[in-house]
Design a protein. Structure first.
Length: 136
């Protein structure tokens, strides 16, 4: 019985450590994808100064991270039509075997301007304000 325990317990311990590492890896991937999307979405609603706003939002969101492999690399691209956020983190596996094992999350959100959208829809449909019962 002691010999069997001496063989089985190290294998179970290694399995538990690998399972914990896998769970933290999955958590990091989900957290990074969510942080990238939330920052891109919030930035898409800004009228001006989007890039600085997105960076500030990323700082705020990533402060609440529970598990972390280390510092991340960020790339924020803002344009007239969309906001893109990419995050990359090195994992212990990427330190050993290269960047192929690093975590990468990239999200894109279309710029939302509700006033311009409504005006554009009205212009396309040819509807007037009186049709909707509104008075100037």
């Amino acid at each position: 019985m002691v010999v069997e325990a001496a063989v089985v317990l190290p294998m179970v311990s290694v399995l538990l450590v690998l399972l914990a590492y896998l769970c933290s890896y999955l958590y990091q991937g989900c957290f990074m994808a969510q942080a990238a999307y939330v920052a891109a979405f919030r930035g898409s609603r800004q009228e001006s100064g989007r890039e600085g706003y997105v960076q500030a939002q990323l700082d705020e969101i990533l402060e609440g991270e529970v598990l972390s492999f280390g510092e991340e690399r960020r790339e924020v691209v803002t344009g007239m039509l969309s906001v893109s956020v990419s995050l990359q983190k090195n994992t212990p596996l990427s330190r050993l075997w290269g960047d192929g094992y690093s975590l990468l999350a990239s999200q894109k959100s279309t710029v939302r301007n509700p006033v311009a959208y409504i005006r554009g829809i009205r212009a396309l449909t040819g509807s007037e304000q009186e049709d909707w019962g509104w008075r100037q």
